[in-house]
Design a protein around this ligand. Sequence first.
Ligand code: PGA
Length: 237
Amino acid sequence: MRYLIANWKMHGSHVRVREFAFALNRAMATAPASLAAVFCPPFTYLETARTAMPLNTRVALGGQNCARDAEGAFTGGISAPMLKDCGAGYVILGHSERRLYMHETDDQVSAKMQAAYDAGLTPIVCVGETEQEYNEGKTLDVLACQLKNWVKGEALVAYEPVWAIGTGRTPTTVEIGKAHAHIKSILGSAQPVLYGGSVKSANIKEILAIEAVDGALIGGASLKIDEMAAMINAASS
Ligand code: PGA
């Protein structure tokens, strides 16, 4: 199975989400069965995305974070069962932006993985080294450290070098291949591992051709339906 995940981060409106979901559903209708698409808008638009697509759509929905508890006195919190209730099947966890700005730790990510499993969601767990760690040659050690509290279950890993996110820079294909092989050596060869960080229609083919790459987590380029449709096309062949 190959996965394309659109991470809209803090972008969108009812109108944009509706148009994108409609177009994404159409683009996926003719894609091979081995390709899966997941749309992760801000949680306030999950319902908008869901109702813009037919019941039998090939497009799954995902949240961008969830709380570790199912419910409780946590003002501003959104739980995994709530995402599920709004039509999500997936949830992105441990994105580097949350690790950086919300000080999310590996332990918290693990607790959220369990919360996602309990709610019937598939976690998409992000790992990746910072620029400094990359320059110091520590990438593989950082990945091993971030995965040490991995909670077993049906989950996806997204290898996202922090320095490649939103910068237009990517590691070499050899570096991506090495990182993915390393993650699979830790979690098992059957573990799907996606690459994320400046993926766009111009480079997705080359990235998906790397052994051990099972798909892509796409930020900026996923905001444009033409780009997304071109990436679906590239991933279909
Ligand atoms: P980008 O973001 O594609 O804009 O680099 C990827 C991500 O943060 O998931």
